[in-house]
Design a protein around this ligand. Structure first.
Ligand SMILES: [Fe+2]
Ligand SMILES: [Fe+2]
Length: 339
């Protein structure tokens, strides 16, 4: 039988790297094996644990929570052709901004390493000590946060720094004025209780995990698009080598994110199979709470939110394009590339 209980230090454990992950003088997390293959940080014990918990979940008749490609739909501004067109025209600030903003949003993920989360065992009938759910506060969420925001005190960059490095090796230092992420678009139902059967702090935790899965899963759309832009042979003609390095950096982030998505699918998959104790002394299947919340979240995150985000994005792109001396003409061509 596989080991199902892990000490925090085991979950944090790293592979032995043949070579550290460093570009110019910036040290970043993870490393490389002797063949030069990138290995995500803290993926030794964590990977083994995820596999063992997943196997155990499947043997109980459960499975990873379903999150498939249908979640990748929705409006997107700019599309790939538009993004490439703008850079080719010398309007590279929108792309630069997207790298900066993505890096900053990743950095905010470090909050996972600093927040205190309630213990779900308090509302679950079964013993969760041999599940991933029983390890959330024992390393799993903190490690996730460190992957996103790095270990600044040790001088090791996480995803935030990886985006900034990808940006700066291609564009140079401070190519454009610094920019902050736009305010998050609030969901109309925000604050409304959707799981009144349990205390708000547990609903908050479950809603947080589902929102995080949605964000992590959908982030892949933008990450893949960015990588494709860096790899476009018609762009960055005088800097192809660094553009390829930037694309490789994004590829490493995508690999790290796979562990995040899989972990979140595991936590929610486990929760669906469990029995939740309700405030009124009764109980209900975890699947009922998860599926109820997830249905609404999917509509919001794949349809409603992307439309609003695309509209906002268009407005901001338009004003940047119009700053160019050929702005009107570029905007016209840009619009023709829509759809
Ligand atoms: Fe990340
Ligand atoms: Fe992530």
């Amino acid at each position: 039988m596989d080991k199902l209980i892990y000490a925090e230090s085991e979950l944090y454990s790293e592979h032995t790297y043949d070579c550290l992950h460093q570009i110019e003088s910036v040290r970043m997390h993870g490393g490389f094996d002797a063949q030069g293959t990138y290995i995500p940080p803290r993926s030794k014990g964590r990977r083994a644990a995820i596999e063992a918990w997943t196997k155990a979940l499947k043997s109980r008749g459960g499975d990873l929570f379903d999150a498939n490609a249908s979640l990748l739909s929705g409006a997107r501004m700019p599309n790939h052709r538009q993004a490439v067109f703008l850079i080719a025209q010398g309007v590279d600030q929108p792309f630069w901004n997207s790298l900066t903003i993505t890096g900053k949003i990743e950095g905010r993920g470090r909050v996972l390493a600093e927040m205190a989360f309630p213990d779900l065992q308090e509302i679950i009938e079964e013993d969760i000590s041999e599940m991933a759910l029983g390890h959330l506060n024992n390393g799993l969420l903190a490690i996730h946060g460190i992957d996103e925001g790095g270990e600044p005190d040790k001088g090791i960059g996480g995803h935030d720094v990886m985006w900034f490095v990808a940006r700066d090796i291609v564009f140079g230092d401070q190519a454009h004025p610094d920019v902050e992420p736009p305010e998050a678009i609030a969901r109309p139902e925000a604050g409304r209780r959707l799981m009144p059967e349990i205390e708000p702090q547990y609903e908050g935790m479950l809603s947080f995990l589902m929102n995080l899965l949605m964000i992590e899963f959908r982030a892949e759309i933008g990450f893949e698009a960015t990588q494709k832009t860096f790899r476009d042979q018609a762009l960055f003609l005088d800097r192809r080598e660094v553009a390829e390095t930037a694309a490789a950096l994004i590829g490493r982030i995508r690999l790290d994110e796979e562990i995040h998505v899989e972990s979140l699918r595991l936590y929610l998959g486990e929760f669906r199979e469990l029995t939740v104790q309700t405030i009124d002394g009764g109980s209900l299947p975890g699947s009922e709470l998860i599926d109820r919340f997830w249905q609404g979240l999917v509509i919001w995150a794949t349809q409603e939110q992307p439309l609003i985000a695309a509209e906002n994005q268009y407005k901001s792109l338009k004003s940047m394009i119009l700053e160019h001396e050929q702005g009107e003409k570029i905007l016209q061509q840009f619009d023709q590339l829509a759809g």
